[in-house]
Design a protein around this ligand. Structure first.
Ligand SMILES: [Zn+2]
Ligand SMILES: [Zn+2]
Length: 156
């Protein structure tokens, strides 16, 4: 029988295994705990059971959010947290600018009706931030920004 489980560490390193966990595992790349279920709702991140022998493996993209409960997975939450830290640590922006910028982050990583406005706002606020903030923020979020957000922010 062909069955597959997507296993992802808290930092987002993923691999497709042909077994479900009987005991906990740790990431071979970074040492963090490996998850096979959403920590919020306890549904599998991805479990495919073809019910018969198959050749090859299912295609997948590591999800950012749980399709069962909508909460960000730990690797997504970590990026949001790191981007928030980068903005909070800025020496030039006002507290109001910081909170406005932080509030746009979730709309920059998933295309939704607010993404364009969020990217414009972030670009504007970042242009007034220190260079270190710009660098750190860009590095932290570059792997998860939507193409629309990247383009509007001039990051591609
Ligand atoms: Zn890892
Ligand atoms: Zn969930």
């Amino acid at each position: 029988m062909s069955a597959f489980w997507l296993h992802v560490c808290e930092n987002g390193h993923d691999k497709l295994d042909r077994y479900g966990f009987v005991k906990s595992e740790f990431c071979e790349i970074c040492g963090a705990s490996v998850l096979e279920k959403c920590p919020t709702c306890n549904n599998f991140i991805m479990h495919v059971d073809y019910g018969m022998p198959t050749v090859g493996t299912p295609d997948y993209t590591r999800p950012l959010f749980c399709k069962h409960c909508g909460k960000p997975y730990p690797w997504t939450a970590a990026i949001i947290e790191a981007a928030t830290m980068a903005l909070e640590d800025d020496d030039i922006l006002t507290d109001e600018e910081k909170s406005k910028a932080i509030a746009t982050i979730p709309d920059l990583i998933v295309d939704n009706p607010k993404t364009t406005a969020a990217a414009n706002r972030m670009k504007k606020i970042l242009s007034g931030a220190g260079n270190v903030t710009k660098d750190v923020f860009t590095k932290v979020v570059s792997s998860v920004l939507t193409d629309v957000a990247k383009e509007l922010m001039g990051l591609q």
